[in-house]
Design a binder for this molecule. Sequence first.
Ligand code: 173
Length: 325
Amino acid sequence: MSNRTLHHWIGTITISILLLGMTTANANEVSLRTVSAFAKGSSISDTFEQFVKRVNEDETTQVELDFIGGPEVMPPFQLGNAVRSGVVDVAFVPGAFYTNLMPVADALKLSEYSPWELRDSGAWEEIVQMWHQGMNVHYLAFTNYGNTFQLYLTKPVDNTDLSGLKLRITPVYRAFFRELGATVVQTPPGQVYTALERGVVDGYGWPIQGIFDLGWQEQTDYRVEPGFYTVEVGVLVNLDTWRSLTDQQRAYLTKQAKWLELLDRKNPKINSHARARQKEAGIETIRLDGEARETFVTTAYEAGWAEILQQAPDKGTRLRKLISK
Ligand code: 173
């Protein structure tokens, strides 16, 4: 059997197992099939895993999150489709990974407000409505707020001109890196190491947190400062699943989601630890200052919004009002 055929079968078998999975331990307790776009134990899913543990260890509640796995059980760019259709009940996935289904989803990276501020201002209700309509999911939690995106390189640059560089991207970085002149190639996180090792790319976009999880520090020479945007990874619940829960179960999950979001208040501190650790590993900082810094940050937001507005003019305009200062 060819590798490709084997992969096809593994995928089919995995999805079949997932479909068989919806279990009810007793009439009132519900078990939700949960899949992550990131490997278990990785930095990006750290707070989400704390949330799963907290819910599952709470004996007073009647919701269980049955954690099935990460990218090894489902390709991360297919997870959005799986939670939209109900193949999984709960997905931990960034908006950038399902822009094919909902282009505006990636705009949350441009939020200038924290999730707790969005909840307080009332913007949250409208955002939740957008995801109900556009994705058939309930947007339960906005995680990784305050973790920033960065540009990592194997070749130095001395200003914002990235022409001649080939960079690994996802939709998060696409418009921005292109605007600065780079050529881009999209890969899931699981292919970054090999792309660097083979010299297929001269760098990549990734958050300030997490480059050690898959050993990328071995293939990284420089990090450009400043970082840009906020990282956004959502906890999405299939809308039919969400509506099948009791009021009590929904209220409970919402309460725990707020707890989960507030864990991100530690990000400024975690980010400085990550910078120090990268320095120790020999990654040099390329610090853009003055006008170059201004160009870098302004271009990030302008190119980011331009792409969103081109792909989703109405929803993009509305979301921009809700999440910009
Ligand atoms: O770089 C990526 O794979 C990406 O878009 C992302 C988004 C959120 C968290 C981590 C990575």
